[in-house]
Design a protein around this ligand. Structure first.
Ligand code: GUN
Ligand code: ZN
Length: 649
């Protein structure tokens, strides 16, 4: 029912299947009030491109005429909308008015009977200021109702929405998510409206992430009541798939216009700065003089245009793998959003598990936070803690600012002399210390940084590097004479250095060693860059030009499989799947038995059968947790099957 099609870290483009069609996520579900449709459902679909709506079943239930019609003709006929419709349960009314006049069995049953595509249980709204015990009791009650709904309607069509509650307590949210995850459904994150209203974005980030930790990769995840486009990039960055909102109409009623970076009052506007039909066809003054009903409708439409437009931009950002940039930029529009993205960086250890080692686009610095992105921190941490300098020799230090990228090309003269010498060469960069061999590997050349840090910080990093690597000497490069003292050491050619260090970075400690012992040869492009690595006559690795990382050939995969202990780099599949994968067909989630938890999306992996026989080499699309949480979709894209794999091995 939910499948990830494309991704950028936790952000994803998914397909959510319902009885009334498939919804591409992230998606907005405009709220439709069945008593008062300012913008008709048909118009939502045909003009705005809405793929799914949300309405309130409690409102329908309470209105005799609507209730009767809904039960007789069904919800889709009531709203004159043949696409998917989600229904809410009355929880929000209970939050606003203190209580509702229906019990949980009745309202879920009612939604089912009128053929809702996604029926929401009557969850208990946890308030941000609830005491821990109160929140815990509400979570317990919500769970009980979830269990009832799932058991009662297990065999019926239509999804059930199972909200994750838990106020602002991270462990409670995580636990609630973990419990809900056992049931198939849609997973709204509830109880966040008061936080959104008060711009408490750092609490919001905490809540989304702790709920996500519990839910794992399950989806779709819905952020209940988040209707302002300001929060879309941040929420999508954290793995939210669905948004609902009545904000477009509520804001319009009070004279407010939504923009991607905030809200403006109609009475204060002279220029719309928007190209939606409302803004193209009217002047602000004209709108102000209109009769209220007409004005509200036009403003609601502007708000909808802005919302749909923004969600399209976020989707494009997922495709371009630039959601971090987009979220960082948008979060500059309000200090409270900035506090939200700052909170995100504090969770980098968790987020790192979903981060690829490279992206299609460059890392474009948007502010100091960019250095705290999980991809960057992982790279820096690896260089600082895992990287082993190749020679027992002094380290020559260059300042990155004095050399063009890639560094090795601007230092041809120096390098030709150093090749013989066997000195370690290090660059002091905005990304921290970077050894020469990584100068063509993501994100080193594929990043544009403005280094706002003080020289002191960079110096401290170098000190730490020296200490970590136990270096006796670090010599700052001055001119060619600096190199005089390095003659006579036994060196290693830059190509070998690259292969060793990149393979260690990509495949883990000890992997690099495997590809430089024996007779290595390189196939190069016109610029002299490595294309293929040949070991003892066999093509083992190819170096990708766009990110300076390796793709694994079958002969290379064989070497890694033989030398690296399980579960390293492995995705273990069922025998049935192995048969297909050995023929070059992709691995699907449901056939994965186990996977190395160090695998990151985009990593090269070894596909093996249950007896650890190599079946294929491929590129992971998901990490191990995602492979086990998801029932549908591709887990590994196979590059090369092993045609001599057989069950009898
Ligand atoms: N609408 C806004 N917040 C909530 C919530 O927490 N639960 C439900 N069911 N609806 C909501
Ligand atoms: Zn407009």
């Amino acid at each position: 029912m939910f499948e990830i099609k494309e991704r950028d870290g936790l952000a994803r483009i998914g397909e959510f299947e319902t009885e009334h069609g498939t919804v591409e996520t992230p998606a907005i579900m405009p709220v439709v009030n069945p008593n008062k449709m300012t913008v008709s459902p048909r118009r939502m679909k045909e003009t705005f491109g809405a793929q799914i709506l949300i309405t309130n079943s409690y409102v329908i239930y309470q209105t005799e005429e609507l209730r009767k019609k809904a039960l007789e003709e069904g919800l889709h006929s009531l709203l004159d909308f043949d696409f998917p419709i989600m229904t809410d349960s009355g929880t929000f009314q209970a939050h606003v008015y203190g209580d509702v006049d229906v019990d949980h069995q009745e309202i879920i049953g009612f939604q089912k009977r009128m053929d809702s595509d996604v029926s929401t249980i009557l969850d208990e709204f946890t308030e941000p200021d609830d005491e821990r015990e109160v929140a815990e009791e509400k979570v317990r009650k919500t769970m009980e109702r979830a269990r009832y709904a799932v058991e009662e309607y297990e065999d019926e069509k239509g999804h059930i929405a199972l909200p994750v509650q838990g106020s602002v307590f991270p462990e409670l949210r995580e636990r609630a998510g973990k419990e809900m995850k056992r049931f198939e459904g849609v997973y709204p994150i509830g109880g966040v409206v008061p936080l959104l209203e008060n711009y408490r974005f750092s609490d919001l980030v905490n809540i989304i992430l702790s709920s996500k930790k519990g839910l794992g990769a399950k989806g779709p995840v819905h952020l209940f009541g988040a209707g302002h486009p300001m929060v879309y990039p941040l929420a999508v960055l954290l793995g939210v798939d669905l948004f609902d909102s009545s904000s477009y109409i509520k804001y319009a009623r009070r004279g407010d216009l939504m923009y991607p970076d905030g809200t403006k009052k109609l009475r204060e506007i002279e220029h719309f700065g928007c190209h939606c039909p409302t803004c193209m066809e009217h002047e602000p003054a004209e709108l102000r003089e209109m009769e209220e009903g007409e004005r509200t409708e036009l403003m609601a439409e502007h708000n909808l245009w802005v919302c749909f437009n923004e969600i399209e931009k976020v989707k494009q950002a997922v495709k371009e793998e630039s959601v971090w940039e987009m979220a960082e930029r948008r979060c500059r529009s309000h200090p409270h959003l900035l506090s939200g993205i700052k909170e995100v960086y504090d969770h980098w250890r968790y987020l790192e598990r979903f981060e690829p080692r490279s992206r299609h686009g460059a890392v474009l610095y948007t502010g100091r936070g960019t250095l705290k992105r999980p991809l960057i921190r992982r790279f820096k941490e690896w260089v600082m803690e895992e990287y082993e300098p190749l020679f027992e020799a002094p380290t020559i230090l260059f300042d990155a600012e004095e050399v063009n990228k890639p560094y090795n090309r601007s230092l041809r003269d120096e390098l030709s002399r150093l090749e013989e010498a066997g000195a370690n060469i290090l660059f002091s960069t905005p990304l921290g210390p970077v050894p020469l061999e990584l100068d063509e590997t993501y994100p080193v050349p594929q990043s544009v940084f403005l280094d706002e840090r003080k020289g002191k910080e960079r110096k401290k990093e170098l000190e730490r590097y020296k200490e970590m690597k136990d270096l006796s000497e670090m010599v700052r490069y001055d001119d060619l004479d600096t190199l005089d003292e390095f003659s006579g050491n036994a060196g290693m050619c830059l190509d070998d250095m690259r292969v060793k260090t990149i393979a260690d970075y990509q495949f883990g400690k000890g992997a690099g060693e495997l590809f430089v012992q024996g007779k290595t040869e390189y196939v190069k492009n016109r610029k002299g860059r490595i294309k293929n690595v040949m070991l003892d006559g066999k093509h083992v690795l190819s170096l990708r030009h766009y990110d300076g990382l390796f793709t694994l050939k079958m002969a290379g995969a064989m070497i890694l499989k033989e030398e690296l202990e399980p579960p390293r780099m492995r995705v273990t599949v069922t025998e049935d799947s192995a048969e297909f994968n050995s023929q070059g067909k992709n691995v699907f989630c449901k056939f994965v038995i186990d996977a190395d938890e160090n695998i990151r999306p985009g990593d090269e992996v070894l596909v093996v059968d249950e007896y650890d026989n190599l079946v294929a080499a491929g590129r992971a699309f998901l990490n191990s947790q995602e492979m086990s949480d998801l029932k549908r979709g591709i887990a590994v894209r196979i590059r090369e099957g092993r045609d001599d794999w057989s069950k009898k091995d």
